[in-house]
Design a protein around this ligand. Structure first.
Ligand code: SF4
Ligand code: SF4
Length: 191
């Protein structure tokens, strides 16, 4: 729940009211993300020249924790629909064991090949490990999936471009960027 200031007509005062988190629905995020692309690019330039990197990390982290606590990712899964999983080679054996199949069969059934780092790339989109709205790897999903959209990770300043791109897929990343604009009192028309 998020607290909003609401004007109370009878008393003439502003009151704080709890309201459910309202965010862009997952099916509309591509449209709104694209629409905000230029604006977000300008906001990124503003942050680069005005924001303190440590403070920016703190603001990202705190918004990440607040919004993730209130949002149900199982109603979205845009990340699993838009990106392939990359599973490190040293996790293949334990993931195969978790799914109760030999490692060779696991590799053949679920992966299209390996990238330059030797990580195994899942087949097709949506990611082939997505079943309905749940990942069949559960806690065995790769760390890169667990950390997505990386908005609580260090060095947000160095990753702004990537975060702005992710904001065209992930409603949480989109919301964090919009809230940061408010926190920094930034508007597309100047501060
Ligand atoms: S992390 Fe983002 S894209 Fe993935 S399910 Fe949650 S809100 Fe959707
Ligand atoms: S491995 Fe699981 S969490 Fe990662 S993209 Fe595939 S379905 Fe989503």
């Amino acid at each position: 729940m998020i607290a909003f200031k609401i004007y109370h007509r009878r008393s003439g005062h502003c009151v704080l009211k709890e309201s459910p988190l309202r965010m862009i629905p997952p099916r509309k995020i591509a449209f709104w993300g694209k629409k905000k692309e230029k604006e977000n690019s300008r906001f990124r330039a503003f942050l680069k020249s005005h924001a303190d990197p440590d403070e920016l990390d703190q603001r990202f982290k705190s918004l990440h924790e607040e919004i993730f606590a209130a949002y149900d990712c199982s109603k979205c899964r845009n990340c699993c629909k838009e990106y392939n999983a990359s599973v490190p080679d040293n996790e293949i054996a334990s993931d195969a064991e978790f799914l109760a199949m030999p490692a060779d069969e696991f590799k053949t059934r679920y992966f299209s090949g390996q990238n330059q780092n030797g990580d195994w790339i899942s087949r097709g989109l949506p990611c082939c490990f997505l079943n309905g709205n749940e990942c069949i790897l559960q806690d065995h999903k790769p760390e890169s999936c667990k950390l997505f959209p990386y908005t609580n990770q260090p060095d947000r300043m160095g990753s702004l471009m990537n975060t702005m791109e992710i904001a065209q897929v992930c409603p949480i990343a989109y919301e964090i960027i919009e809230r940061l604009k408010q926190e920094y009192q930034w508007t597309p028309y100047g501060r």
